[in-house]
Write a protein that binds this ligand. Structure first.
Ligand code: ADP
Ligand code: MG
Length: 334
């Protein structure tokens, strides 16, 4: 049974950056305004995320790592919203099957923090020993989740992820993209022991300020803002894209659908084709696209942790996005 769970967990969590994405989304769901990420050996040795969100109830600590345990049914009455958001209670469970997981959490109304360790979906003794139950400890309001020794029990996965620089750069990419999309939240991302963070955004910043920090002033300075709401298709989108002034070495495409970082090859191709036709010099654009689609229209058959998603009326929606960018880049939208 454990092996089956471990294999299933490996399907959800492929590499450290997947785990981080899920953990960041949990912190955001908890209302965090500050998220600090610390990484050892590309996240293979340790991946830690500290937030100042609402914390986890002490009585819930025993069950948060059970599969399909989610507190979010209480908070989101619309079931389709839950499905499309990936609120399925699988992330912590999966991580606990493939890493040494520990959680320290404190709610504002609690006098102290509690720390718990997990293995295979259940409370377990901490790595250094001790009891298999939450223990009171000192701590700030919020939650710190630490995943250590990722894939310690899946040798093949560990071997495939030897390049810790590559894994760190994927982690940095996830952290920096979420910081752009959630510019109100302060993000830091650093290697353990490093004096200086590689990413450090201010609370209450703007998307463009964070794009500048991550991609540099040259990229940020050549972007134009676009956006539109469409009642027929029930979509809304906005973002920042390259203008005529822009020449990049490769396409950078940041796509968030309903606040989840995803891939969508047809949108990417359509936007690239647009640039190739109207601005051959900028045929590798920078695109940050924030797309909101009614949850009912997003295909729930695609596993939410998969990065590639599908939705209804794709061609029509892509058409609206491309038209909007087209008009904006050619300066006829004002
Ligand atoms: P889901 O996000 O789908 O509910 P997860 O496995 O990602 O499932 O998390 C399980 C539960 O653990 C969440 O529903 C939430 O109650 C709690 N949780 C996880 N991370 C945090 C966090 N950073 N702050 C507060 N609660 C959290
Ligand atoms: Mg989650």
């Amino acid at each position: 049974e454990t092996v089956v769970n471990r294999i299933a967990a490996g399907e959800v969590i492929h590499r450290p950056s997947n785990a981080l994405k899920e953990l960041i989304e949990n912190s955001l769901d908890a209302g965090a305004t500050s998220i600090a990420i610390t990484v050892k050996d590309g996240g293979m040795k340790m991946l830690q995320i500290q937030d100042n969100g609402h914390g986890i109830r002490t009585e819930d600590l025993a069950i948060v790592c059970e599969r399909f345990t989610t507190s979010k049914l209480r908070e989101y009455e619309d079931l389709s919203r839950i499905q499309t958001y990936g609120f399925r209670g699988e992330a912590l469970a999966s991580i606990s099957h493939v890493a040494h997981l520990s959680i320290t959490t404190k709610r504002a109304d609690s006098e102290c923090a509690y720390r718990a360790s997990y293995a295979d979906g259940r409370l377990a003794a901490a790595k250094g020993g001790g009891r298999s139950e939450p223990e009171p400890c000192a701590g700030n309001n919020g939650t710190t989740i630490t995943a250590e020794d990722l894939f310690y029990n899946i040798r093949s996965r560990r071997d495939a992820l030897r390049n810790t620089r590559e894994e760190y750069s994927r982690i940095f990419e996830v952290a920096s993209r979420y910081s752009i999309h959630n510019a109100g939240v302060a993000f830091t991302c650093r290697k353990a022991g490093a004096a200086k963070a590689d990413l450090s955004t201010a609370q209450g910043a703007t998307a463009i300020a964070n794009i500048r920090q991550v991609f540099g002033g040259k990229v940020a300075g050549a972007l134009v803002e676009f956006g539109q709401a469409d009642e027929d298709l029930e979509v809304e989108f906005k973002g920042h894209v390259s203008s005529a002034a822009h020449e990049m070495h490769k396409t950078v495409f940041l796509l968030f659908i309903n606040h989840r970082l995803v891939e969508h090859t047809p949108i990417r191709r359509a936007v690239e084709a647009l640039y190739a036709s109207i601005l051959p010099k900028a045929s590798r654009p920078f695109v940050y696209l924030d797309l909101r689609i009614r949850p009912e229209r997003v295909d729930v058959n695609v596993h939410p942790t998969k990065r590639e998603v599908r939705f209804l009326n794709e061609d029509a929606i892509i058409g609206r996005i491309v038209d909007c960018i087209h008009r904006r880049v050619l300066g006829t939208n004002d």
